[in-house]
Design a protein around this ligand. Structure first.
Ligand code: FAD
Ligand code: NAD
Length: 466
């Protein structure tokens, strides 16, 4: 017999968008039911942000032990013997972190008294869905529906997933390292994971359709990453169009020539698409915006009391955007006045070295008609960076500020560990800080954040340490 549930708020998806919506709504006294067909935590916790950063960390650790063992290390640390990596063990360790976080989300939802239904929601109209669960069928009707169905990897024609052709999901759970890995797409995932595999000793070749790597970032920010790839021996084919994989070779066309790249495995990372198929979205009568569900600045869809958030509604497809939208929607449903209007959504690329951007780049500032100044401070002049072997990879912090009042328009950095500066950068922009404000804050020594302080001083014309 079908179990019937009537609820005030139905949240579809237990990723960062969905579970944050559910917890915040519950805090505000709203009765919530959340449906998740896979594991709680979504792409980010189960097969995205966290597992990828765990594998990147393990790879960096392995590389540093290897460098000590090969006498290439410069710190006086010596390791005898040949360091080994047992990838299955590394993946088990990563799995432990994922389990802990997924269980943590389950615990948070339990404590918030959110009713969690495990199964795939299939919608029959805008406010009703059926879920097949291990305990039987459940029919849910709701006053409000929040769609947080997330995204999935894009497949290339001629290169379907399966066998040796894998997506990031499989790449994060390999039991053994391939000897030769071809990566298709030099964006976030391709370069984060491609670099990690290279550090683990894999022979990596990257094939990118555009004429540059990380096309979402400006050339100056990408340069140190390109330099690392080159020095690490990652082979790069730009402007290449992949045609297929046959007999252990990835086939591509580049500048009129045919490439045949030897590869035991092919990791396809050419973007992600919103998960809009197979769960009855077409029965809900919501308008689309290209591939994405169309929403306004409150994440309302065209259907009354149906909301959509996160990867389902567009770029940037980032965890912190999904979570921020979820929190906002819960508050609007509870009667608060909110709009999704952030000045800046920070973006971090966990390559070698890392890239952080918040707000406008110099080119974007110019294109938007701002009369802006751009100044930067290099990590080679920062004591903390030097003390962490992070001073010589071409990294810097850059600030873009309005000329007439010094108001910050954008802050970018490239360098080891700079991801941890993203919070200060975002805070400065959201608080409307000026160059004088940053220069007036005493930054602790020795820290990488002093480079932000110095870049701001440079904007005022009086940097001290350069
Ligand atoms: P998701 O996390 O995709 O969650 C959607 C959930 O809905 C899923 O659990 C799915 O099972 C469920 N679902 C879908 N349809 C149904 C249905 N019909 N019934 C029941 N359940 C359903 N972002 C960052 O900000 N930083 C990073 O470092 C980062 N690294 C990443 C690395 C990788 C390898 C990948 C793939 C992504 C990464 N991302 C990163 C992106 C980030 O994971 C996503 O932006 C984020 O997870 C989006 O959250 P969401 O809640 O919108 O969707
Ligand atoms: P991406 O958009 O970052 O990069 C895709 C790359 O593939 C681009 O450089 C594109 O030019 C290239 N490409 C497209 N079609 C191609 C083809 N046919 N042949 C060769 N190259 C091709 O996408 P992604 O790396 O798959 O990541 C998906 C999304 O996941 C990201 O956009 C981001 O939103 C999110 N993500 C974020 C992080 C982070 O925040 N650190 C990390 C991983 C993923």
């Amino acid at each position: 017999m079908t179990k019937m549930i009537k609820t005030r708020l139905l949240v579809v998806g237990g990723g960062p968008g969905g579970y944050v919506t559910a917890i915040r709504a519950s805090q505000l006294g709203i009765e919530v039911t959340l449906v998740e067909g896979d594991r709680l935590g979504g792409t980010c916790l189960i097969r995205g942000c966290i597992p990828s950063k765990a594998m990147i960390h393990a790879a960096a650790k392995f590389e540093s032990v290897q460098s000590a063992a090969s006498d290439a290390g410069t710190l006086g640390i010596r390791v005898s013997g040949t360091p080994q990596i047992d990838l299955a063990e590394t993946v088990r360790w990563k799995g432990g972190i994922v389990d802990r976080l997924s269980d943590g989300v389950a615990g948070l939802l339990r404590r918030a008294k959110v009713q969690v239904i495990h199964g795939w929601a299939q919608f029959t109209d805008a406010k009703s869905c059926n879920v097949r669960t291990a305990e039987g069928d459940v029919a849910i009707t709701a006053e409000h529906v929040v769609l947080a169905n997330g995204s999935e990897p894009v497949e290339l024609p001629g290169l379907p997933f399966g066998g040796a052709v894998i997506s990031s999901t499989e790449a994060l759970s390999l039991q053994a390292l391939p000897q030769r890995l071809a990566v298709v797409g030099a964006g976030y995932i391709g370069l984060e994971l491609g670099s990690a595999f290279r550090k683990l000793g894999v022979d990596v070749t990257v094939v990118e359709a555009r004429d540059r790597i990380l096309p979402q970032y400006d050339a100056a920010l990408v340069k140190p990453v390109a330099r690392w790839l080159d020095r690490a021996g990652v082979k790069l084919h730009l402007g290449a169009s992949v045609t297929g994989y046959d007999s252990g070779q990835l086939l591509a066309e580049a500048q009129g020539a045919t490439l045949a790249i030897e590869a035991d495995q092919v990791l396809v990372t050419v973007g992600r698409r919103p998960r809009t198929q197979g769960w009855g979205l077409d029965q809900m009568g919501v308008d689309m915006d290209g591939r994405f569900v169309r929403v306004d600045d409150q994440c309302r869809t065209s259907m009354r009391n149906v909301w959509a958030i996160g990867d389902l509604v567009g770029e940037p497809m980032l965890e912190h955007k999904a979570a921020a939208q979820g929190e906002m929607v819960a508050e609007i449903i509870s009667g608060k006045r909110r709009r999704f209007d952030p000045l800046a959504i920070p973006a971090v690329c966990f390559t070698e070295p890392e890239i952080v951007t918040v707000g406008l780049s110099p080119e974007e500032a110019a294109a938007s008609g701002e009369d802006a100044i751009t100044t930067q401070f290099p990590f080679f002049a920062n004591g903390r960076a030097l003390s962490m072997e992070a001073g010589d990879n071409g990294g810097f912090v850059r600030v873009v500020a309005r000329k007439h009042d010094g108001c910050l328009l954008g802050i970018q950095a490239v360098g080891s560990h700079v991801s941890e500066l993203s919070g200060e950068f975002a805070l400065a922009l959201e608080m409307g800080a000026t160059l004088e404000d940053i220069a007036g804050v005493i930054h602790a020594h020795p820290t990488l954040s002093e480079a932000f302080f110095e870049a701001s001083l440079a904007g005022l014309g009086h940097a001290i340490h350069i």
